[in-house]
Design a protein around this ligand. Structure first.
Ligand code: WAQ
Ligand code: MG
Length: 274
């Protein structure tokens, strides 16, 4: 394998987080991807970036682990209220306590950053109590150094297109969730977008795969975010943050991609298996 570079973009507007992205690319593609990331920060649905940071780091080939994407399935919900109920139930299925799921959900709803807006990274949440454990609640913890191989990207886009799901939100979230699930100590993840026009979200966990929920927030809502659930008892905060940032995961294989199932049916299936 050729040497890979990690390229990361972070953009702000009005002093707050606007847009971020992280990719793994070969040297020949660095300039092209840098241009795409800058364009993305300038064309964000929440406004044009006022400040853009790009960083590029060469990664020794030996550190790259190749992997398979999580299985993806869609849970169809009536509206975002049912979506939030379903997400809490899925989180509990993954080992998060009712209190942990409810508190994390309420925090994302209210805007997880101290100013009531979205954070740049994710909350780290104690799966038992729901307490927030990230050192800086404005910044959160950021996952980086994950991407699709170019072959897997083509395959994923074809497979998602058959489900009507080939968009950047789904592709990037599936990759992020796939990496986060491999970080030792992470039990589950909850996410919905901070883009006002993208209302779907997901719960991901090793036992569940990547479960999309067709709605987790009302249209027009700008508050979004992520919660990574951990077990506090065996938490090494420094190591976890380092793994989230630095473990290099390149997805070279797809998982299974399933269609839509109504929440009521998913609930019954999970209950029968539990
Ligand atoms: N590491 C940690 N947290 C992140 C990262 C990252 N690399 N990237 C984004 N976040 C956090 C941050 O708080 C953002 O405000 C929030 O997540 C939402 O990010 O299958 O588009 O990029 O249809 O707006 C879900 C797709 C899309 C559901 C999620 O998130 C589906 C999305 P966004
Ligand atoms: Mg966004």
């Amino acid at each position: 394998m050729n040497e890979l570079f990690s390229i990361r973009m972070h953009a702000t507007r009005g002093g707050g987080h606007l847009s971020g992205a992280e990719r793994l690319v070969q040297e020949a593609d660095l300039e092209g991807v840098a241009g795409q990331l800058i364009r993305r920060a300038l064309a964000h649905p929440r406004g044009c970036a006022e400040n853009i940071r790009l960083s590029v780091d060469a990664l020794p080939a030996a550190t790259v682990r190749t992997s398979r994407l999580p299985d993806l399935a869609t849970v169809r919900v009536r509206d975002y209220r049912q979506g939030r109920e379903a997400a809490e139930a899925l989180l509990q299925h993954a080992g998060v306590s009712a209190r942990g799921a409810t508190r994390a959900m309420a925090t994302l709803v209210a805007g997880a950053a101290p100013d009531g807006r979205s954070m740049r990274g994710a909350m780290l949440v104690d799966a038992e109590s729901g307490d927030r454990l990230e050192p800086d609640p404005a910044r959160g913890v950021r996952a980086s150094r994950m991407d699709l191989s170019s072959v897997a990207e083509v395959q994923l886009r074809q497979a998602l297109a058959r489900l009507g799901l080939d968009n950047e939100h789904v592709r990037e979230a599936l990759v992020l969730a796939g990496k986060v699930m491999q970080v030792p100590g992470i039990l589950a993840e909850l996410c919905w977008s901070d883009d006002p026009d993208y209302t779907a979200g997901y719960v991901a966990a090793p036992a569940l795969g990547y479960r999309r929920l067709t709605a987790l927030k009302p249209a027009g809502e700008e508050r979004g975010g992520r919660a990574f659930f951990v077990r506090r008892s065996d938490l090494n905060l420094e190591q976890l943050q380092r793994d989230l940032r630095e473990m290099v995961v390149l997805f070279t294989e797809l998982g299974e991609l399933a269609g839509e199932t109504p929440w009521e049916d998913v609930r019954d299936i999970l209950a029968a298996g539990a």
